[in-house]
Ligand binder design. Structure first.
Ligand SMILES: NC(=O)c1ccc[n+]([C@@H]2O[C@H](COP(=O)([O-])OP(=O)(O)OC[C@H]3O[C@@H](n4cnc5c(N)ncnc54)[C@H](OP(=O)(O)O)[C@@H]3O)[C@@H](O)[C@H]2O)c1
Length: 277
């Protein structure tokens, strides 16, 4: 029986992935740092391990054929990918919409670096290059409850993706053949402005929520104070600014792979209405 290891199994994607894999006939093993707090479905083998400590991964990797790899926001560590490559013949990595690195080119993000390490591992791989998750809008929850969202670039148009679509694609790729070497760019089915996202969430919650455009310089100061990473804030602001004139691209990859349309932002908002109440 093929064993699939899911890292980040308690996270946004991993939790849905573990559920999607249950019932596929494959043995599902979940890597978590604290099994007592994992609360995963029955039938899933829960094993303790920490990606920052390759030694700790040994038990989780024993007999594993395929691995779903999620890298938490920490510096890339080649020892983890090396440890996985010793056991697994196929790594499915949750990446983001990064460009391919040319030989010798410096990685500008941990996603690019992990992709490079995986490609160098000699094992089969598939990259799930996901556009921003719709769950990022949960960051507006407090403002939605107050009835007004103050944020920059209301006309920035994004193709946010439902986390369950990423999990469904990951499940398919982990349980079927023909995905080796694929770099799948995963997006939602349409591009929707920030202001429209807020209106749709308001509709799902059953209250009117106003949008107020925050000047970029005010947003820069507020987000830097909140996120503590000026370079990240700058990159976000630049991306949002670019999506005002050029809406973020939409791919048909989810529909092509799953044989059904990607979930809409409206359906995401309904699934999460209680999170905004
Ligand atoms: N948010 C977006 O818009 C977006 C878009 C594209 C790509 N991504 C990428 O998606 C990834 C995050 O995935 P996610 O949202 O599903 O996860 P998440 O909800 O952020 O949860 C983090 C997961 O990482 C695990 N974890 C944290 N530190 C760990 C460690 N040292 N060793 C082992 N596990 C550890 C946690 O497990 P335990 O605490 O249970 O151990 C938890 O399951 C990141 O690489 C992010 O860059 C995000």
């Amino acid at each position: 029986m093929t064993t699939i290891l899911v890292t980040g199994a308690t996270g946004t994607i991993g939790r849905h992935l573990v559920s999607a894999l249950a019932g596929t006939g494959f043995d599902v093993r979940a890597l978590v740092r604290d099994p007592d707090r994992a609360a995963l479905p029955g039938g899933v083998e829960v094993v303790r391990g920490d990606l920052t400590s390759p030694q700790s991964l040994k038990a989780a990797l024993r007999g594993v054929e395929r691995v779903y790899l999620m890298w938490p926001g920490i510096p890339a560590d080649p020892r983890a990918v090396e440890a996985i490559a010793e056991h697994a013949r196929h790594m499915v990595y949750l990446s983001t919409d990064v460009a391919d690195l040319a030989d010798g080119e410096r990685a500008t993000s941990f996603h690019q670096e992990i992709e490079r390490q995986i490609r160098a591992s000699g094992r089969a791989w598939t990259f799930l290059r996901a556009i921003d998750f719709a769950t990022n809008t949960l960051g507006w929850a407090d403002q939605i409850r107050q009835g007004v969202v103050r944020w920059p670039y209301g006309r920035a148009s994004r193709s946010l993706i439902h986390e369950r679509d990423i999990a469904d694609v990951a499940s398919l790729v982990l349980t079927s053949d023909g995905h080796e070497g694929a770099r799948y760019v995963l997006t939602g089915p349409e591009s929707i402005t920030h202001a429209e996202q807020v209106r749709i969430i308001g509709e799902a919650v059953g209250r009117e929520v106003r949008w107020e455009d925050l000047p970029p310089e005010t947003a820069r100061a507020q987000l830097t104070a909140a996120w503590g990473n000026p370079a990240f804030v700058e990159a976000r602001l630049a991306a949002w600014r670019s999506f005002v004139d050029t809406p973020e691209r939409v791919t048909d990859t989810v529909e092509r792979l799953l044989g059904r349309p990607a979930r809409t932002f409206r359906s995401w908002a309904h699934d999460h209405a209680d999170d905004f109440r």
